[in-house]
Design a protein around this ligand. Structure first.
Ligand code: ZN
Length: 349
């Protein structure tokens, strides 16, 4: 079980008195910080049969319970996650642009998955009393599932712990939220995150971490997919002297064709982050994602229109929702390029 360095202070606070751990916890915070790993480490600590009672240590890793956990077979742990998407949805390149519509219930945590927890929590434990149900991402419970969970949380059986993990916790039912103790995860200290990335063999850690909004696990995943190169190419198209939208769209189309890992939703996200930073540069002389391109941002922001950038950012938020299924990819790219270039040029005169 991994306990990341940046989680240790939180872990120590939470486990200062393990016997007083609340029976329903919500681990909330942005994606890519390792909340699920924290939840799994906590579940392991609760189920471990050799963990000292009054200690903030982690699971021992070698008792029977820990060995069962490592093999994914502990009878007193339930991990509830959404049904897997079909493999066809995961295909890269053009196929992912035309992905089939989801089947009903796919990508959700269904009510029967939560209902199955009733047997789990109300029937006794297999080992020494504690049982853990881990629900991730909790916001994907459908309404019937959330209501079913609520009923269980209203009268929690002794020795049962619910750990909900969510990056979008505001979507949870308020009644579910009110029954959980919320633990908020913030982005880790930059130096700690960079140190961890370097330890994972990630080069250009600082640049990747910034592009990933400070989320180390996202930065690590991008490094593994070689996504930094694609990002740099997109930024190069955005940072150069404004050209015409058709030429800009053609460059993006080439990039999408040559890099299977970099699909349209990623492109829209990259453009969106760039426009966000242009707006921030315009208003406050700062940037959040692109420190390495500060001079280009400054130059473009100087002549761009603040309200134009704001409008473009809002447009991108909207079109990001349809980026998985555009009717016509080329038109989509040209439209996005036109909106961007308009925001850059409307400030001039
Ligand atoms: Zn153990």
């Amino acid at each position: 079980m991994t306990l990341f360095d940046w989680h240790k202070p939180l872990w120590q606070r939470l486990l200062a008195d393990p016997e007083k751990l609340p029976h329903a916890l919500l681990l909330a915070g942005p994606e890519g910080l390792g909340k699920l790993a924290f939840a799994q480490a906590l579940a392991a600590r609760l189920l471990c049969e050799q963990a000292p009672v009054e200690s903030d240590g982690v699971a021992c890793g070698h008792c029977t319970a820990c060995i069962w956990l490592a093999s994914g077979n502990h009878p007193d742990l339930r991990l509830i996650q959404p049904e897997e998407a079909d493999e066809s949805d995961e295909a890269g390149g053009d196929a992912s642009l035309q992905a089939a519509p989801r089947k009903p219930g796919q990508g959700q945590i269904r009510v029967d998955q939560i209902r199955a927890l009733e047997d789990f929590v109300f029937v006794g434990s297999h080992r020494h009393g504690k049982r853990v149900a881990l629900i991730s991402p909790a916001e994907l419970m459908n309404p019937a599932g959330a209501n079913c969970l609520l009923k269980i949380l209203e009268e929690p059986p002794a020795g049962v712990y619910f750990i909900l993990v969510s990056s979008h916790w505001r979507r949870l039912l308020p009644t579910v939220l009110s029954r959980c103790r919320s633990i908020h995860f913030g982005r880790p200290d930059q130096a700690a995150a960079e140190r961890w990335l370097a330890g994972q063999g990630v080069s250009a850690a600082a640049e990747l971490l910034q592009l990933a909004g400070g989320a180390p696990l996202i930065a690590a995943a991008w490094a593994e997919q070689g996504r930094l190169d694609a990002y740099r190419k997109v930024i190069a198209t955005l940072a150069e002297k404004p050209v015409d939208p058709v030429a800009m769209a053609a460059k993006w189309a080439t990039l999408l064709k040559t890099d299977q890992e970099f699909a349209l939703p990623q492109l829209v996200e990259a453009v969106q982050k760039w426009v966000f930073d242009l707006g921030l540069m315009k208003i406050a002389g700062a940037c959040r994602y692109h420190e390495a391109w500060r001079s280009q941002l400054e130059k473009l922001a100087a002549t761009a229109s603040g309200s134009g950038l704001m409008a473009c950012y809002n447009d991108l938020l909207r079109i990001r929702a349809v980026a998985r299924h555009p009717l016509n990819t080329q038109l989509f790219l040209e439209d996005m390029a036109a909106r961007y270039l308009r925001a850059l040029t409307t400030g001039r005169s």
